[in-house]
Design a protein. Structure first.
Length: 318
């Protein structure tokens, strides 16, 4: 009887997700989305695993990836990350999750800014002495919980604001993310995430869709002994404006203190050069200070067409 209830719940969730998938991602809409900062991966741990995030339960770091992955063991989990992109573009992230008696509640903030860009004209192509900047911002609220001892479910409601030119040309909208993680055991999990379901963003007289995405992933965790651990994650991701992207990542952990990671992403399209990035790699360090668990992560991404990107993050849980 209990097993039948579990199966029914899983089938209902999968049915809903597949309906959304058929409605939103069925057509080819390459190049028609805005707020593409939502595609940027802020956390170095996820980046160094090739962005294969769907089946990972990583607490506050999962708020902008899979809301179902925010089911934490301790009372509070806090994450902060920073990365400096090419062209002086900066990307920052903050997330916090609180464990209550009725589930897990989270809040996330993600922003990207170009910094100051000097305005040029045909007459003053070396610069006018006047500057502008563009920036985009996300604020999200998340709820997640265990449907059963194996099935996690979560959703995020988020407010998105985009400024193209200072505060003059701007637009805003709301969107939601939905995610599930099914844990076959303590070592194997399967996740599905549907992200950026919302209204269009409007600039003056133009309207563009959000980059809606569907991702399906699997994660395995192999404990060789008390000192050595291997994690692997794979994922298939589809954006509404692009072909499918296959991600794969590996992590080696020593004594639950030091972690080394490597991963990559590939565009599934026979007509194009399919490598999204050459590779990403990174490491993590876990420390315990007065019953506070501290995690430090770093990643390096070797991009094919643009300059390399470095990311750092800190996570606290207590």
């Amino acid at each position: 009887m209990i097993l039948k209830m579990y199966i029914n719940k899983i089938l209902k969730i999968f049915f809903i997700i597949m309906i959304f998938h058929s409605l939103i991602l069925s057509g080819e809409k390459t190049g028609t989305t805005s707020a593409n900062f939502l595609k940027i991966s802020p956390l170095p741990k996820i980046v160094s695993l090739g962005n294969a995030y769907s089946a990972l339960n990583i607490g506050s770091g999962a708020l902008v990836y899979n809301p179902a992955g925010t089911c934490i063991k301790n009372s509070f989990d806090v994450s902060l990350s920073y990365n400096k992109w090419f062209g002086d573009i900066s990307n920052n992230y903050f997330g916090v999750v609180y464990k209550s008696n009725v589930g897990f509640f989270g809040m996330s903030i993600l922003n990207i800014s170009t910094g100051d860009i000097e305005i040029t004209t045909p007459e003053k192509y070396n610069g006018t002495g006047y500057y502008y900047n563009a920036k985009e911002f996300l604020f999200g609220l998340t709820y997640s919980d265990y449907f059963t001892d194996k099935l996690q479910f979560g959703f995020t409601t988020k407010f998105i604001k985009s400024y193209l030119f200072k505060n003059i040309y701007s637009s805003s909208t709301f969107a939601i993310d939905i995610g599930t993680i099914y844990n076959f055991s303590n070592n194997y999990s399967f996740g599905i995430t549907l992200k950026n379901l919302g209204n269009d963003i409007n600039y003056i007289n133009e309207s563009s869709n959000l980059p809606t995405s569907l991702s399906i992933g699997f994660c395995g965790n192999e404990n060789v002994n008390n000192f050595h651990n291997f994690l692997y994650a794979i994922q298939l991701l589809r954006y509404s404006d692009s072909k499918e992207i296959f991600s794969i990542g590996f992590e080696y952990g020593y004594n639950n203190i030091l972690f080394m990671r490597i991963g990559s992403r590939f565009l599934i399209d026979e007509k194009q050069d399919n490598q999204v990035e050459r590779f990403s790699t990174g490491f993590g360090i876990n420390l315990t200070i007065n019953k506070i668990y501290l995690k430090l992560d770093y990643s390096y991404s070797n991009n094919k067409w643009l300059s390399d990107v470095h990311r750092i993050s800190i996570n606290l849980n207590f």
